[in-house]
Design a protein around this ligand. Sequence first.
Ligand SMILES: Nc1ccn([C@@H]2O[C@H](COP(=O)(O)O)[C@@H](O)[C@H]2O)c(=O)n1
Ligand SMILES: [Zn+2]
Ligand SMILES: [Zn+2]
Length: 625
Amino acid sequence: CDGCTGTGDVEMVRRARLVQPRMQPDAKPAINGPKGPLPWGQITFAHTSDTHGWLMGHVKEENYGADWGDYVSFIRHMRYKARSLGVDFLVVDSGDLHDGAGLSDATAKLPGGVNGEVSLPIFENLDYDLLTIGNHELYVADITYDVFENFAKFYRSRYLTSNVQIRDPKDNKFKYVGKQYKYFTTYFGIRIMAFGVLFDFTGNANNSKIIKAKDMVQEQWFLDAINTSEPVDLFLVLGHNSVRSSTGTFPIIREAIRKVRPDTPIQFFGGHSHTRDFKVFDNSSTALEPGRYCETLGWLALSGIDAGKGKHKPEGVPNPTRPAINGTVGAKITYDRRYIDWNRLSFEYHSDNVRTFDTPRGESVTNEIWDERHRLNLTNLYGCAPQTYCLSCAPQDSELSLYPLVQKALSATIINESRKTTARLIFVNTGGFRFDLVKGPFTYDDSFIVAPFTNAFEYIPNVPYKYASQLLVLLNAGAPQKRDMDRQHRSFLPTSADSCPLDSVQFNRALVKRKTITRRQEAVTPGYTTKDDFGIDGDDTPHSTVPYYRTTNDIMAKGGFPEDGSDPETVDIIFYDFIRSYVITALGKAGVNYTANDVSLYMPKTFTSNDFLPAYAKMAWSKDC
Ligand SMILES: Nc1ccn([C@@H]2O[C@H](COP(=O)(O)O)[C@@H](O)[C@H]2O)c(=O)n1
Ligand SMILES: [Zn+2]
Ligand SMILES: [Zn+2]
């Protein structure tokens, strides 16, 4: 692929973007486009969640190729459009801003750096109306403190953490990270009471506290807020909280509000399960969830609230017509929802603004992202992946799957010199792998995209093999250590087969910007095909379905076993610190008791779950892509 390199130059990209005409009538992007205009209601919401640092967009996938600057421009146009239609428009986010891409995660590897210290200020270019916290803001104490000190203070009363507190090191007292609730009136006069409720998360660092939903709804401040003497036309509950799975706590919040406000509409905005979803609770209470990784923008239009001076039916746009419960006669509130693919074609089309789409703020955000990408060395090349290895497009033992590669890489790289003569079994949770490893340049950025966490490799030495050999089966039969299993998945979809898509991630960015403007009419491309409580018509861009295979909780790799094929007497059991308690429990079930005191580091603290794939790429893959 002539002219493409893995490490490119940012100025070259800028120049490429300037000289390439944005409109290319003959270009054939590998995407198809929106099916029609978006619905608008008396109040309409744009909803993100689980962005996990993907503010650069998917540089290798045109269909998800918009960056945060494009989104900033889009929201500017939509706010203007809402005003001209005479309706309210709110922009909301349900958390999980960290762990998943180099832009958010690479800063933690710099001396004194914190995950998110570059990406959160970029994120802040969006004038959100309401936001809330995710579990990925709480695993690491420094991240939580950064969110408390900077992010929450930036968004002030709009950052809602109704059940999440942090111990402030200044006075050692627990304080809410953001605000517990917000009561406000929209531009067109709807009076709203809003909360932000995290699911009952327990894996947080010890500087934070999560109040369980069932306890929160009994707290006096909450009872006062839902019983307020001020008029409330609409409750909004944001939550890093799956709208459908059993881990979700929205039903508890709904029940508590319904006890005192049987008829007031309650709108939930969820997250965490990385799914496109819309759930109906009752005729004036529903929940939206907008997927993950800057792949989807959730869109909800709602009309029929008895308040305000905004229009119930704006002219010239589709209006929501469905009652929450199908067939209800005379329902007051009507809804519609849409899941928008995160690309410029969608954003430009829906903003009615193809020619003047980029706002000055949007352009400057895009430029900042590319400057940071350069400064953080995110395009540094480890090696060229000979094929794409996917998380869920094939059975996990297939050569197409990421997991055999992970096993090979663990066997080759997780070796402690002083223990290398002892056979070892290495266990890792599949939930730690977050995205497909794509054919072509495997860069510093990709190392975070595939395996963002910095879990330490720990071990228990000399475990009798008769117990150790049962461990994988017991771990996989035990408690899940990963995100909810029942969620929608999507595999990597290359930008196009013919345009040197993977050879220069930087140059590719220019291609994405330029090419997504034209729509391919003739073909439906693979992507999300969503089924929710309203049916199968929610996807803004129709797609064909991508295959999906489930994975087990954990996988195991081996190393240093006797060459004659015999079983060793004892082995070292190696695992991520993240799954330590599961390993100890499973060994107990196998018949041998260990405690955390038997566990120590196998690899240096600085060699983590984020480092072994780069180490393998350097040793096994060519650098000549
Ligand atoms: N150190 C960590 C932290 C998390 N995980 C995995 O991520 C899952 C949670 O991610 P969501 O985006 O769904 O909140 C968690 O269940 C683990 O599978 C990890 O592996 N290591
Ligand atoms: Zn998430
Ligand atoms: Zn989450």
